[in-house]
Design a protein around this ligand. Structure first.
Ligand SMILES: [Zn+2]
Length: 181
């Protein structure tokens, strides 16, 4: 059974020939569904075309590999909750009660051009699984689109705003270790 929410990082070497992927060169990304989770494979387009396989991919798209940028040192001690951080935390929690919030966050990130939609698949719940790719890091986000009605949207957006502004705490999502200075 497909998981409703999932994040998978992009690989930096071809999953087939094991040679490094080159910056700004085409790259085929594949999600494979298994009993527990999605496996992600990133590879050279030629390797994907030529390698024999006995399984069906859940989703395949061709994008451009981007080498990771060096991580800049962060200096601000108080970090504002961003939509992306919040979505990552919620996906890790896999709480079905938050499915509408996760979906609205994904839409916000897509409108902000941080996530690009790569694929959609029907889900047994009647919703849609949307496969997004993070523009910078290349991480894959699988998010269930619960097919919200228009009259449900306003309420969910308020929930998102209060979570982002910190007026409504995600009690058990404080996974960040305390900073030692
Ligand atoms: Zn290869």
């Amino acid at each position: 059974m497909a998981q409703e929410w999932n994040i998978r990082p992009r690989g930096h070497v071809c999953g087939i020939c094991l040679q490094p992927l080159e910056d700004k060169k085409p790259c085929v990304s594949v999600l494979r569904e298994n009993a527990e989770a999605y496996e992600r494979l990133d590879c050279h387009p030629a390797c994907w075309r030529e390698a024999p396989r006995d399984w069906q991919p859940f989703s395949v798209w061709e994008g451009e590999y981007e080498a990771p940028a060096p991580v800049a040192e962060k200096h601000e001690p108080v970090r504002k909750e961003t939509a992306e951080n919040l979505l990552r935390k919620l996906i890790a929690l896999e709480d079905p009660a938050m499915q509408n919030v996760m979906y609205v966050l994904a839409i916000m990130l897509e409108r902000g051009k941080q996530l690009v939609e790569r694929d959609t698949k029907p889900h047994e719940s009647g919703g849609l699984l949307r496969v997004y790719e993070h523009k910078k890091s290349g991480d894959t986000f699988v998010v269930l689109d619960p097919r919200l009605r228009l009259d449900q949207l306003g309420e969910v957006q308020q929930q998102v705003v209060s979570l982002l502004s910190g007026t409504h705490a995600l009690s058990d999502a404080q996974t960040e270790p305390a900073q030692t200075s």
